[in-house]
Design a protein around this ligand. Structure first.
Ligand SMILES: Nc1ncnc2c1ncn2[C@@H]1O[C@H](COP(=O)(O)OP(=O)(O)O)[C@@H](O)[C@H]1O
Ligand SMILES: O=P(O)(O)OC[C@H](O)CO
Length: 526
């Protein structure tokens, strides 16, 4: 029996999952890896740890199912998007830690790009807004702050990649420097209408084109594995950013269909077919997938902190020992007791886009306890999603009648019930919450003929549970008004120039070779 191996490289963990022809999970292995916070608002990963945990989990999943490389029909890759890796082509060594999508260090540069009037141009070409979230300004930061990087990049010695590119490059032993259109669409450098890296944007951000990977379809054979945990060459045949992969995994392949993934962040995507819809309500236009040279688009609402708020309760406050405990704790109280938690740890994404917002807990009284805090944390995910849905309905003119939910935090019944309550629509959870990995598996399997067509996999979706609304509308209104007041307290908290200083040498972890002196960011591009 043959399998598809999906590599799901997420923000907080690397996961490898083996799927069979029925789309059923045969084995899973997962490993969390270290998050580096060298300064407030900065988030880094060690790209070598990303690689080693990903390959480690691939080996583990295969040995759990007693599967060898020869039993694999193909490998699909899905990944945290935007996170930026720059490495030396000759040695394969990253020149610095990966700068994670959540990192805010380039907020000032983004402000300057806006001041220079680039907002419309960038939105027109890329479907994105100007925000530190995307890869482009992170690449510029690395070139300007790592000693000698710009010169090496101009000499063609350095390669840039999002995490998919990095993994493929390593897995093929440096033979393939590729990405897919969904990942390219998150860089701020890719023209989503023309399907090409954009020279004008590269010029604005001062990025040498020689650093960039080839952009390919989301479902095709990019190359074969060379060693590592695979003792035979296995085709790498699918790549998609994790949110797009989840959209595909839920088979939202018809315009109008959408899903919300509650992972570290929460990401609501709605398929708009072959039309790239320009948002007028602060959503992103992004590539949903590209198959056989045809590009399909989506509208996206990106929420930076969702499940991460639970991780924060676990790791920083030590209030719980594991994420699932948050639900038990929240159920010790009847309601939020007037407490609101705005988890703007890394600013706010859609639909607010405030780089300088920071987290707040408001409405505390003497009676507020750990249960209220846990409840406010869970509810914060749902309020943010509700605000994104309002924006999406305003953009598309289509009323959302049901919400598909997946991702790690969608295991939380209280969250999905509350989500259904405040949206006043059913929320449906599929049996397989690993839709991100499933999407990557589908893309890879379709490329090698493991599955013949999308219609063959369409019927594999199975319902786990449907949550239906049961909260009186006046209560919903009171809660959403409270949330909006709390949001106001969190917004514009940080001052624009405090997020820009370069790291102290000692703070730059593992792979950094060198950095510019503190406080220095090179002049912004013209
Ligand atoms: N039962 C739960 N309730 C709430 N949050 C949860 C629960 N289980 C996991 N999470 C959260 O979900 C996130 C992990 O989901 P996952 O989809 O694996 O994320 P990612 O791919 O971003 O790493 C973590 O932030 C974790 O805190
Ligand atoms: O790692 P996840 O699942 O939270 O996804 C991260 C997103 O891709 C960031 O855009």
């Amino acid at each position: 029996m043959q399998y598809i191996l999906a590599l799901d490289q997420g923000t907080t963990s690397s996961r490898s999952i083996l799927f069979d022809t029925q789309g059923q999970v045969q084995a899973v292995a997962q490993k969390e890896f270290e998050q580096h916070y060298p300064q407030p608002g900065w988030v880094e990963h060690d790209a070598n740890e990303i690689w080693s945990t990903q390959m480690g989990t691939a080996s583990e999943a295969m040995s759990r199912a007693n599967v060898e490389a020869e039993d694999l029909a193909a490998i699909g890759i899905t990944n945290q998007r935007e996170t930026t890796v720059v490495w030396d082509r000759a040695t394969g060594t990253p020149i610095h830690n990966a700068i994670v999508w959540q990192d805010r260090r380039t907020s000032g540069l983004c402000d300057r790009l806006k001041d220079r009037g680039h907002l419309d141009l960038i939105q027109e070409k890329t479907g994105l807004i100007i925000d530190a979230y995307f890869s482009g300004t992170k690449i510029k930061w690395l070139l300007d702050n790592v000693d000698g990087a710009r010169e090496r990049a101009e000499n063609g010695e350095l390669a840039f990649g999002t995490v998919d590119s990095w993994l493929v490059w390593r897995m093929t032993n440096g033979k393939r420097h590729v990405t897919d259109a969904t990942n390219a669409s998150r860089t701020l450098l890719y023209n989503i209408h023309e399907g090409a890296w954009d020279p004008e944007l590269l010029d604005i951000l001062d990025i040498p084109p020689s650093m960039l990977p080839d952009v390919r379809d989301s479902s095709e054979v990019y190359g074969t594995t060379q060693g590592g945990p695979f003792d035979e060459e296995v085709p790498i045949a699918g790549i998609a950013g994790d949110q797009q992969a989840a959209l595909f995994g839920q088979m939202c392949t018809t315009p109008g269909l959408g899903k919300n993934t509650y992972g570290t962040g929460a990401f609501l995507l709605q398929n708009t077919g072959e039309t790239a819809v320009t948002s007028e309500h602060n959503l992103l236009t992004t590539i949903a997938y590209q198959i056989d040279g045809t590009t399909y688009y989506a509208l996206e609402g990106s929420i930076f902190v969702a499940g991460a708020v639970v991780q924060w309760l676990r790791d920083e406050l030590k209030m719980i020992r594991e994420a699932a405990e948050v639900e038990r704790l929240a159920r010790t109280v009847d309601d939020n007791g007037g407490v609101y938690f705005v988890p703007a740890f890394t600013g706010l994404g859609a639909p607010y886009w405030d780089q300088y917002a920071r987290g707040t807990i408001s409405g505390l009284t003497r009676g507020a306890n750990r249960g209220h805090l846990a409840r406010a944390a869970i509810e914060s995910m749902a309020y943010q999603v509700a605000d994104v849905i309002d924006a999406m309905e305003a953009d598309s003119g289509i009323e959302t009648t049901e919400l598909g939910a997946d991702g790690g935090a969608a295991a939380n019944d209280l969250l999905l019930q509350f989500q259904s309550d405040i949206l006043d629509i059913p929320v449906v959870r599929p049996k397989i919450l690993e839709t991100t990995a499933l999407g990557a598996a589908y893309l890879a399997g379709l490329a090698v003929g493991y599955w013949d067509s999308q219609s063959e996999i369409q019927d594999q979706w199975e319902l786990d549970q449907m949550f239906t609304p049961s909260m009186p509308q006046n209560r919903v209104e009171t809660l959403r008004t409270g949330w909006s007041k709390a949001l106001d307290r969190a917004r514009a908290w940080e001052s624009p120039d405090s997020s820009e200083a370069a790291p102290q040498a000692a703070d730059v972890s593992t792979n950094a070779t060198s950095t510019a002196p503190a406080g220095e960011e090179s002049p912004a591009a013209s």
